[in-house]
Write a protein that binds this ligand. Sequence first.
Ligand code: ZN
Length: 497
Amino acid sequence: MPPTPAISDVEDLRVYDRSLVEINGTSYFLATKEASGPKMVGVQGDSGDLAGAQPGPGGITLFPLTPGNAAALRKRLPWLAPVPLGLKTSAGFGDRLGMATPGHVHALWQLPDKGDAIGPIFAQQSVRENTRTGRTPQQVVDEATWGLFQEGWKVPWGADADHLKTTDVTGQFVDAGYTFFTIDPGDQVDDSAQTAPASALEERVRSLPWETLEDSLQDLEARYLNTSFAIEGPAQVFDREILWRAAAKYGAAIDHTVAMSRHLASAMGDRLFDLEISVDETDSTTSLAEHFYIASEMNRLGVDWVSLAPRFIGRFEKGVDYIGDLDEFSREFSQHAALARQLGPYKLSLHSGSDKFGVYRIAAKLTGRGSLLSRGPLVHLKTAGTSYLEALRTIAEVDPGLFREILSYARERYEEDRATYHVSARLEKVAEPDSLDDMELSGLLDEFDARQVLHVTFGSVLDRYGERLKSTLREHEESHYGHLQSHFVRHLAPFVG
Ligand SMILES: [Zn+2]
């Protein structure tokens, strides 16, 4: 007897129709008992190890959205668990509120192929973001799980433990089922080697951790000096100064990356995972010679990675378009892409990748002639706070009073909260909340300075307004999803077709 039509029609139950799935004679779905009441898992049939049952209408049992029930449901509906995505073109959706996944899904569905060409990383948060949002790695995965369940998403997806800097923080992500780990050895990168006088380099190079690098200065020089690395365009040659600068700048970072990746591999045991290396948050640009050095050394030391985030030329600031010369970016990026094919293949990862509408087509085109292993461009697009800004856009439209309070508090917090972010917004360019009509408020989400001020103050704002913000979004979730959908279609479409 097919239960499907009956469930949608049960009185006093609002069912998310797309969530409804039947497996081995049991039906599962997401529902609420009243409009904007708490979401619950509905089960008709054998509810197995789901816990906290409440009798619902129509012979249905309802369960709360707890971590235990998320785990139980992932076992029963295995597509709800994240998996590694390998070299597939991919996009990361940082969702700081844990409410945006349905909007991300809607955006993917708008693309040709229903988004099949893009491997989504629906769960992605760094330790820094977890601290500021007060969320745990497990919560981030679970909230993505519920969002996917709500929408009936069944295609492989990933979970990114973003910007891991030390081995002691990895365990909680491993335990929570993450499948993609971003190692950030930025603290070990010596930016000053970029501009240090040549005479100051020798001491730095000699003091590298040669033993754990399984190397010596002599061997390093034998491998690189006077060899040219063939990328498209004029061949580049390593002379001693270029090599020493690269080693002084990135040698300790490579050492740290190797230690981190071995630690992760042993913690993951026989579970497969994707590894990304990111040096995007350092002060100085990663040159082509440095890229060649980093990737060659990681290859030599047996690191197996799917994507690399160099620090690209120009400025990738939070929440706004690329700042810099796009022709210059394009020339450099094409060489980075050639190196990524030659030394990998691996994907190039665009961090702080949201809102860089000027670079997407360039990046897709230049990484698009990739390998047999990947159908699409060898690129990973990583976005974080831009979904939060779409949440604020929703708030500006549906609750102008709350938005004014948030804006005013963000203005207060900006100078302090901006410290760890690449932003250049100036407070005096952001309108005072009371100088604008209600109708004008959402327009702030299209302004450079206001976007950055709102973007980097999320931790403070969530501390003070988190509950109100979330309950307002719950009441207006279709509008929230709608904003996310149109925003992300603009991000993703350039990478498809
Ligand atoms: Zn980053």
